[in-house]
Write a protein that binds this ligand. Structure first.
Ligand code: MRU
Length: 347
């Protein structure tokens, strides 16, 4: 089942806010609604956001009243900016929009309807490629997991965070499907609880053993020697290997190093941003403090209590054992291995 797709002149996606209680789909008929679905996290996870944005641009092309190609391209640029502004950290969003805008601006199209048809094909291709890439990352990454291992995982990086199959959770799935006996410790991932709500829901479907743990218990299990490897996703990887991921990843990386536990991120090359030399240049989204004080509408403190809610943090590359990509596992020096991965070379 795909997280996001095209459905008769609309974008169809799972409403991730309703899980694990209800599996519901929403159908969005305007590009503004797609931008809002990214902002309010109906759809979330870097590759899933990228795919949604690709279909969003296709929708924008259908929505545009422009009769001439130049007018259509102008409209696509405006809508592209709207989509890109929805969430700043995951580079897959801008990457997907820019892929489609480059096709529009290629000079190959005179007729707006021809361009509309090609944009739909290209958005569909981004979604299809995502599934194929995740399966390749799964195969590479599964070699890192030993039979009987306990894997610690943060946030949700599974089928829901992508078009299907997943990145870090896809690696866990590939190892499990390859016959390995695996146990997963799922950080609940406050404040939006992607670990307990979404990753646990996915592992239930797959029949993979797991326990949800409070985020604050990760160090406890590492200290007891119960964590063999840590796998996380990424929202943006800089050229030197520093990477942004869900808030809480940085502290896990430091604890992993203190305990000698291998720590990997799993990221398709669409998440690698070679334009940024290091992680301090990655824009970090600051979300509404109400997600901390009143998660999912349930007040846990009075609404006027002060809170802050950074959605991501940056983990310096020195804490990484490697980066699993669709072309193999990038090792240090990351500047070199990431450049080769983005060029499509086998690692
Ligand atoms: O705020 P979210 O839920 O979109 O954050 C998601 C993550 O941080 C994931 O780890 C990342 O997107 C990689 S998922 C394939």
């Amino acid at each position: 089942m795909r997280t996001v797709g095209w459905d008769n002149d609309a974008v169809k996606m799972i409403d991730q806010r309703a899980l694990p209680w209800k599996l519901e789909f929403v159908r969005l008929e305007t590009v503004e609604a797609v931008a809002e679905s990214i902002r309010n996290m109906t759809v979330r996870g870097a590759p899933a956001i990228g795919a949604a944005a690709g279909f969003g641009i296709t929708l924008a092309a259908c929505q545009s009243q422009a009769r001439a190609i130049d007018g259509l391209i102008d409209d696509l640029r405006l809508y592209g900016d709207l989509l890109k502004a929805a969430r700043p950290t995951a580079v897959n969003l801008a990457w997907a929009v820019d892929q489609l805008l480059a096709i529009a601006a290629s000079g190959e199209f005179r007729n707006p309807d021809d361009l509309r048809a090609v944009l739909l094909q290209a958005a569909q291709q981004i979604a299809d490629d995502d599934v194929a890439i995740n399966s390749r990352m799964g195969a590479h990454g599964a070699t890192l997991i030993n039979d009987g291992a306990t894997v610690l995982h943060h946030c949700n990086t599974g089928a829901l965070a992508t078009v299907d199959y997943g990145t870090a959770l896809g690696v866990i799935r590939a190892a499990f499907e390859g016959g390995k006996n695996i146990h997963v410790l799922l950080d609940e991932t406050r404040p939006r609880l992607q670990g307990s709500r979404l990753s646990a829901w996915e592992l239930e479907q797959l029949g993979i053993n797991y326990d949800i743990i409070p985020d604050t218990a990760a160090g406890y299990y590492m200290q007891k020697g119960e964590v063999d490897i840590i796998l996380v996703g990424a929202d943006r990887v800089a050229a030197n290997g520093d990477f942004a991921n869900k808030i809480g990843t940085y502290q896990l990386a430091i604890m992993a190093q203190a305990h000698g536990i291998p720590f990997y991120t799993v990221a398709p090359t669409s998440t690698i941003d070679l334009c940024l030399g290091s992680g301090d240049l990655i824009p970090i989204e600051q979300r509404d403090a109400a997600e901390v004080t009143t998660p999912y509408g349930n007040p846990i403190v009075p609404a006027h209590f002060n809170a802050r809610n950074p959605a991501f943090d940056v983990t310096p590359h020195r804490y990484l054992s490697g980066i699993v990509t669709e072309h193999g596992i990038a090792r240090r020096p990351f500047r070199e291995s990431l450049r080769r991965a983005v060029a499509g070379e086998a690692l």
